[in-house]
Design a binder for this molecule. Structure first.
Ligand code: TA6
Length: 285
């Protein structure tokens, strides 16, 4: 069943319930905020609910970073682009023959976005809810000149304790360590967390596995159209400075983001499209 109703802060929200799972998608930024497979705990982390408001990014779930990732060289422009703070439109919803549910949302640039970024895109997000959660972001250049795109599915995963969580699947890749001024470093076997962690793994295409030891589960993240994987936990001091991070909530989340940033940003010529996707699954817990 797929319904639309006012969610937190009265913001419009799609609610999806089927035999496999339940999910929620806010039209603000087409942000998936909830996915709970049957017999599992919720897989996505979200911040304090009382801070969802129009024009502000939702903290948690899967915010969409586009048409750039991270801070812009012009500090007057919003970090992670403007797509995650704009209202999206529900294009269609469908119950699939195999019992999964699928919703498609869309966004088109307008005069307001052109004032921030003087180009035109049409963006579609298709969300498929079942035993796994699938997202596919399609970006089409509807303008007259080639644009350079940076992007990410900025997914916040729920873990019981980040201090006993390991992220696998990035061994042997090089990463930009943003906590060490962007220094290039080599990734060892598994990523453990002992402090603020903010890394962009380059040429990282393999499936990632989040091993949540205390929660007794492993979350799998398969990526497509993604040249970079971002791993982030703000830890204690940084999260304490973020009003939309609940107290001590840093322990219960980790971002593993599929995207294209730094050396995997790409040129998108007029009338061409690019697809960025991820499929999330969970075992145990
Ligand atoms: O993806 C990691 C990151 O780029 C961090 O540097 C941190 O800024 C995080 O995104 C959250 O960004 P936001 O603008 O949502 O607070």
């Amino acid at each position: 069943m797929i319904t639309t109703s006012p969610g937190i802060g009265g913001l419009p929200r799609l609610s999806i319930v089927n035999d496999f799972a339940e999910a929620e998608v806010y039209l603000l930024g087409a942000t998936v905020t909830h996915w709970k497979p049957r017999d599992h705990a919720p897989v996505l982390w979200t911040g304090p609910a009382d801070l969802y408001q129009p024009g502000k990014p939702i903290r948690g779930g899967i915010p969409l970073c586009l048409p750039w990732f991270g801070p812009h060289a012009d500090a007057s422009k919003p970090a992670h682009g403007f797509v995650r703070t704009r209202p999206w439109t529900v294009e269609r919803t469908a119950e699939l023959p195999d019992g999964r549910s699928r919703v498609k949302l869309s966004f088109t640039t307008d005069a307001e976005t052109r004032a921030i970024w003087p180009h035109d895109l049409r963006v579609g997000l298709t969300v498929t809810v079942g035993k796994t959660l699938g997202l596919e972001l399609t970006i089409t250049n509807t303008g007259k000149e080639t644009v350079v795109i940076g992007e990410a599915l900025h997914t916040y995963f729920a873990v019981e304790d980040i201090r006993r969580t390991i992220v696998h699947g990035l061994s042997g890749t090089t990463y930009l360590d943003k906590v060490a001024g962007g220094r290039h470093r080599q990734c060892g076997d598994g990523i453990a967390f002992t402090g603020e962690t903010d890394r962009v793994y380059l040429s990282a295409h393999d499936e990632c596995v989040i091993d949540d030891e205390v929660g007794g589960r492993r979350i799998r993240v398969r990526k497509s159209g993604s040249g970079a994987t971002v791993v982030w936990n703000p830890w204690i001091a940084k999260s304490a400075k973020m009003a939309d991070f609940g107290t001590d909530q840093w322990m219960n989340m980790v971002c593993v983001e599929s995207g294209n940033a730094h050396d995997s940003t790409y040129a998108l010529p007029p009338a061409f499209s690019h697809h960025l996707g991820c499929e999330i699954g969970v075992e145990g817990g």
